[in-house]
Design a protein around this ligand. Structure first.
Ligand code: PEP
Length: 263
């Protein structure tokens, strides 16, 4: 765990209507306490961002978007832009493996979305990670390198330092099999990500960028990942829909911060 603000993000994916989302937020607000060094980010569907923003205790939570289009406005039927979201959310997930695989998002599109996100003063949570096939073929670093170098190619070193990168091996995401990554595997990839940022954009960007782990993280496994040196938090999918599990994950982060801060 690092000394930066720990980020615990819950990606609700395409689940929960407005009433259900409101109830989940209510349950989380009852259980989650304010902590100056922990940021809890809820990432519901675009439809529920507005009502949740009214209900939300801003001392405890921030909102994130799951996706948006890279153009700011215009004739793009069915899309929502980062410009429309800029007053609603602090964060946006970009390049999630479900979008890469189900919606054919490639690295160039993801680069344009990252740039649009930054242009609209929303912090990108860029998701990167290899498939099982790529890992078996020994291509993990090559895949991470091409995902990261393309996605960040239009940003300054300062902008990169302000953003978040989530290492999410596709094979560890519940949607695609949910095989648990060993913390050592996660650490190796996360170290590589930071090294790549250092090599391409300098030490300051590498030191400042927050790197998360994501892939079937739940209340039982979160601590093991958050203990990885240089891990700044976790991106949680399925378990974020369960208020017991998600608030337990946040509680583990609290406990770890207190252990570090009390030393
Ligand atoms: C995710 O959606 O980013 C994710 C990691 O999902 P899950 O925790 O369900 O594997």
């Amino acid at each position: 765990m690092s000394t930066k603000r720990t980020l615990i993000a819950g990606n609700w994916k395409m689940n929960l209507n407005t009433a259900q989302a409101s109830l989940l937020l209510h349950r989380l607000q009852e259980r989650i306490k304010i902590h100056k060094n922990i940021e809890v980010v809820l990432i519901p569907s675009a439809l529920t961002l507005q009502p949740l923003s009214v209900q939300l205790d801003r001392r405890k939570f921030r909102l994130g978007a799951q996706n948006a289009y890279y153009k700011d406005d215009g004739a793009f039927t069915g899309e929502v832009s980062f410009t429309m979201l800029r007053d609603l959310v602090h964060y946006a997930v970009i390049g999630h493996s479900e979008r890469r695989l189900y919606f054919n998002e490639n690295n160039d599109l993801i680069r344009d979305k990252v740039a649009a996100c930054v242009r609209n003063e929303i912090t990108p949570i860029l998701c990167v990670g290899e498939t099982k096939h790529e890992r078996r073929a020994g291509e993990t670093k090559r895949v991470l390198h091409s995902q990261i170098s393309t996605a960040l190619s239009n940003l300054t070193a300062h902008e990169i330092g302000e953003m978040v990168i989530a290492y999410e091996p596709v094979w560890a995401i519940s949607t695609f099999g949910g095989e648990l990554a060993k913390p050592a595997q996660a650490q190796e990839a996360m170290d590589y990500i930071r090294k790549q940022i250092r090599d391409l954009h300098g030490k300051k960007a590498a030191d400042n960028v927050r790197v998360l782990y994501g892939g079937s993280v739940d209340d039982q496994t979160a601590r093991g990942y958050m203990e990885i040196l240089g891990c700044d938090g976790v991106l949680v999918g399925g378990a974020s829909l369960n208020y017991h599990k998600f608030s337990e994950i946040v509680r583990s982060a609290y406990a770890m911060r207190h252990e570090v801060e009390d030393e």
